[in-house]
Design a protein around this ligand. Structure first.
Ligand SMILES: *Cc1c(COP(=O)(O)O)cnc(C)c1O
Length: 391
């Protein structure tokens, strides 16, 4: 006899991920899907060819657990050339099944029952679930719009969130869903807290290349005292527009990387070998494509932002990522979640209610997240639907 509630207690607050739910609703209603953040065009052709060629060449059995040597070497080269951060490809780089597995394995490896993990909210939804899987407790620090509409934190809130049970700080920059790219000063404040409290930093840098205007991504590991305590995570999904490939990685000092691998070897053991080789090729050869894609995304950001402004939304222009935060209060609405859930049925557009990424629901209540990593005609179609049925 199955029990009435088979799911373990610590996972019950996490139903189906919002992205799956909203995409299902978009499909059912024939809506334009600006909810889930995946591009609707392909990555660099030479990378796709490299993947096909690797499969044809018989790269179809278990790759080494830590990842294909060619990819680990390419990742180490990328960190050195772009950021001046040196990692040994043999002992300090680990390939994972996307950044999602890298975050989950890091939390499971480094945090135990009762440990606290400080995380900026709104937070990516897998963070809360992975913290819970580890039996740890999340301590959110709320990002709020400043006078210019840029989401940021009060350093006093950050310091107050850190206590004797704090084991790790989980930092995502460029930040999904607010589009904030932490500045040099913000990162210095975060680094100082980590060093003072002697805690580990886990950084999610999947949008490291997707920054706009004069914003640049600075890895937290470049700050004094941080390399030795930071697990840096990134992924090919956003950089090369292949979110379905799920090739991610961890760069960390030997002991931390070893801890993450100790868990990772029993969750998936290893990631797809042919795709790893293709990503290695792309890291070494397709940076001009990445820059072209970044510039195109900036234009798409402006296109969607202009459309939303025209539709009466308050728009928070992001400095990075795939997403715009729209404030529904100027439309005379105060519950953005109710608005977002009704939107597919009512006007045929799907978006994500930002509230779901907050513990402090009131802080997220006015905002809806729209994705602009879509073809121009798709963005225009969404804007047309939104503006022909205002309010
Ligand atoms: C998309 C995304 C991920 C997931 O990356 P995968 O490599 O597909 O697992 C992780 N973190 C953030 C902030 C993301 O937006």
């Amino acid at each position: 006899m199955p029990r009435t509630e088979p799911l373990v207690a610590r996972m019950r607050e996490f139903g189906t991920t919002i992205f799956a739910e909203m995409t299902a609703l978009a499909t059912r209603t024939g809506s334009v899907n600006l909810g889930q953040g995946f591009p609707d065009t392909d990555g660099p052709p030479s990378m796709l060819d490299a993947a096909c060629a690797a499969i044809r060449a018989g790269i179809n059995q278990y790759p080494p657990g830590p990842g294909m040597p060619a990819l680990r070497a390419a990742i180490a080269r990328q960190r050195t050339e772009r950021y001046g951060l040196d990692y040994d490809p043999d002992g300090e780089v680990l390939v994972t099944v996307g950044a999602t597995e890298a975050v989950a394995a890091s939390l499971l490896a480094l945090c135990g029952p009762g440990d606290e993990v400080v995380v900026f909210e709104p937070y990516y939804d897998s963070y809360a679930a992975s913290i819970a899987l580890a039996g740890a407790v999340r301590r959110p620090v709320t990002l709020r719009p400043d006078v210019d509409g840029r989401f940021t934190f009060d350093p006093a809130d950050l310091r107050a969130a850190v206590g004797p049970r704090t084991r790790a700080l989980l930092v995502n920059t460029p930040h999904n869903p607010t589009g904030t790219v932490f500045t040099r000063d913000e990162l210095a404040a975060i680094a100082q807290v980590c060093v003072d409290a002697d805690v580990i930093a886990i950084t999610d840098e999947v949008y490291e290349y997707l920054t706009f205007d004069d914003a640049t991504h600075i890895p937290l590991a470049t700050y004094p005292g941080m390399r030795e305590r930071t697990v840096s995570i990134s992924s090919a999904g956003k950089t090369f527009s292949v979110t379905g490939w799920k090739i991610g990685w961890v760069c960390a000092p030997v002991a931390l990387r070893g801890a993450v691998q100790a868990v990772k070897q029993f969750t998936t053991f290893t990631a797809n070998g042919a795709l790893q080789l293709a990503v290695a090729h792309a890291l070494d050869n397709e940076m001009p494509w990445v820059e072209g894609n970044r510039a195109a995304l900036q234009t798409k950001r402006d296109r969607l932002a202009a459309g939303l402004r025209g539709g009466g939304f308050g728009v928070h222009l992001p400095a990075g990522t795939y997403f715009v935060q729209a404030d529904v209060r100027p439309l005379g609405i105060d519950d953005a979640a109710g608005y977002a859930w009704a939107l597919p049925e009512r006007v045929g557009v799907a978006a994500i209610p930002t509230e779901v990424f907050y513990d402090d629901k009131a802080a997220g209540r006015p905002f809806v997240r729209f994705a602009f990593c879509k073809r121009d005609e798709v963005i225009d179609d969404a804007v047309r639907r939104l503006t022909s049925a205002p309010g």
